[in-house]
Design a protein around this ligand. Structure first.
Ligand SMILES: [Zn+2]
Length: 357
């Protein structure tokens, strides 16, 4: 446990649900944990006891990526944990593969509707065609403009066009649109949607005031900081500022709120975690502006400052997107200016406003 985690409280300690088990964490709310074949090796999904149109069953929140192992794990859950009751509704917090991958399979199997924000629904639909922002020539050009010189890494990005499609082969053809401030009736209780930006196009967290439970998705995680990246589909975006503004919306929730994150363990200490995240990014931004004041920096130049560990090619591309996000937060704030230099690389240096005494 790192020192920041010691300030949080994990009500279930290190006890995790087994592969075909679900663990009750609040009345009618159950925790499922599925394996992922990545550095981030698991995702949490949530099962909510429900009844729709007189039929008892389950609302499931998030789905895992589509691969045989995840389908097998679901099959085990259908017969045991779900007590042979159907899935009535699939809610997806956002369009990333570990959350939406199996939505098409679950929705089809149970003839259940998909509930998701419109922005994430359409982004996922386009991405699953295999031509979107996770790879290809456009992404390679974006990384090169931001200072990535490693030809092997660029080549990998060019070839990664099928990355999303490989994990999300399909997305349901229709959906129920979630909007910020929506009130959903689930199992006789009201849940409120809270939109969040900066991590995904339009992420939806779910809060139940009656239970004091927040399904935070990827917007608040206890152990790691949420990935906040700029992608080539929106190359001038400012996701870090959007993310920090978004997590401030959770400040009004009570400190006793049980937070159910997509990665890591359920915890209490929401306000503490939000403060930690602000401090974390404030420190990183200070380091970035300091580096730029020494000499103009590209995103690739600041990457080793933000990520001190060794990164493989795959991690490098994510880290570069995050480095661009930190530079852009300062650039949009008027503290850095951007220049495209003779080598075609975008570099940032302090603006007059930043250097004024
Ligand atoms: Zn995500």
């Amino acid at each position: 446990m790192n020192t920041q985690e010691l300030e949080l409280h994990y009500p279930w300690g290190d006890s995790l649900p087994g592969p075909s088990e679900c663990k009750q964490v609040a009345p009618g709310v159950f925790w499922i944990r599925m394996e992922l074949p990545f550095a981030l090796n698991h995702i949490n999904l949530w099962l909510l006891q429900d009844e729709i149109d007189g039929t008892p069953g389950w609302t499931v929140v998030d789905c895992c990526i589509d691969r045989p192992e995840s389908r097998d794990q679901w099959e085990g859950l259908f017969t045991q944990a779900l007590q042979a009751l159907p899935i009535l509704r699939v809610i997806v917090t956002h369009m990333h593969p570990d959350h939406i991958g199996l939505a098409h399979w679950l929705c089809k199997r149970f003839d259940a509707p998909l509930w998701i924000s419109a922005t994430d629904f359409y982004t996922a639909r386009i991405a699953s065609l295999g031509t979107h922002h996770f790879g290809g020539e456009g992404a390679a050009g974006f990384f090169a403009r931001n200072g990535l010189r490693d030809e092997a890494a660029l080549q990998e990005v060019r070839q990664r066009q099928q990355y999303f499609k490989g994990l999300v082969p399909d997305v349901p053809p229709d959906f129920c649109r979630l909007l910020d401030g929506h009130r959903l009736r689930i199992g006789g209780r009201t849940w409120h949607t809270i939109a969040g930006y900066g991590h995904a196009p339009e992420h939806m967290s779910l809060h139940c005031p009656e239970l004091d439970v927040l399904i935070s998705g990827d917007m608040v995680l206890p152990r790691i900081s949420t990935n906040v990246s700029v992608y080539n589909s929106e190359p001038d975006a400012n996701p870090l500022t959007l993310f920090l503004q978004s997590i401030d919306r959770f400040v009004e929730l009570p400190e006793r709120t049980l937070v159910l994150p997509s990665h890591g363990k359920p915890f209490t200490g929401l306000q503490t975690r939000i403060r930690q995240l602000h401090e974390h990014h404030r420190e990183r931004l200070d380091e970035v502006i300091h580096a730029c004041s020494q000499s103009p920096c590209s995103a690739a130049d600041v990457m080793p400052i933000l990520f001190k560990r060794a990164l493989d090619l795959h991690q490098t591309t994510f880290a570069l997107g995050e480095s661009v996000a930190h530079l852009h937060a300062l650039w949009h704030d008027g503290l850095l200016v951007r220049r495209r230099e003779a080598d075609g690389v975008l570099r940032f240096s302090p603006s007059e406003a930043a250097t004024r005494p």
